[in-house]
Ligand binder design. Sequence first.
Ligand SMILES: Nc1ncnc2c1ncn2[C@@H]1O[C@H](COP(=O)(O)OP(=O)(O)OP(=O)(O)O)[C@@H](O)[C@H]1O
Ligand SMILES: O=C(O)C1=C[C@@H](O)[C@@H](O)[C@H](O)C1
Ligand SMILES: [Mg+2]
Length: 192
Amino acid sequence: MSKMRSVQNDLFRLKNIVFIGFMGVGKTTVGKLVAKKLMRDFIDIDQHIEAKEGMSISKIFETHGEKYFRDLEKQTISDIILNQSLKVISLGGGSFLQKEIRELCLEHCIVLSIDLDWESWLERFEKLKKTRPILMNKSLDEIKELYNERLPIYNICNSNIDVKNSSPESIADYIVESLKYSWELYDSDRIE
Ligand SMILES: Nc1ncnc2c1ncn2[C@@H]1O[C@H](COP(=O)(O)OP(=O)(O)OP(=O)(O)O)[C@@H](O)[C@H]1O
Ligand SMILES: O=C(O)C1=C[C@@H](O)[C@@H](O)[C@H](O)C1
Ligand SMILES: [Mg+2]
């Protein structure tokens, strides 16, 4: 009995891994670590846009408005996903709300949602509020409403990762182990 790796399996292994989730849950922090552990290149969409535009996300919102940023986000993500493979990509927290981005990611990538409960998220709020324009000028009640509104969208994914009380390193280890397991499972299904 020999183990044959099919073309389909090779394609599965080439897929980009995409992290989604609410602002500040750790997509950038964990994505970078996962990329390193899998020896893949890492792309953070917010950082990519900042470099391309030569200004911070806050400044882009301030100068051009949110619509301009959302269009840029859609264009950037589509271009990367349709033209690159084997990457680990962390999306901006609001991008998955756009239907086109969601459909593209779900069709072409492995989509992992990083989930952090509201109480744990609140502990990070002070650190986040200066650099996330969406959090500025909003009361905590309004932010909680936004958090709850977005939850069902982040649940449209291939897998949810609950990160409460875990260090970035241990979250990344867990994700890498789970991915390797699913790749092996896929292999063993194909024993001929
Ligand atoms: N597992 C963790 N435990 C404690 N702090 C964390 C953890 N993961 C990330 N952080 C901290 O939380 C903050 C936000 O993390 P990060 O920038 O990775 O979030 P993000 O999901 O990429 O946010 P955004 O959607 O705004 O890009 C950072 O200060 C980071 O150091
Ligand atoms: O959740 C959001 O809407 C955002 C999250 C950040 O990653 C940035 O993309 C930007 O601040 C908007
Ligand atoms: Mg980020």
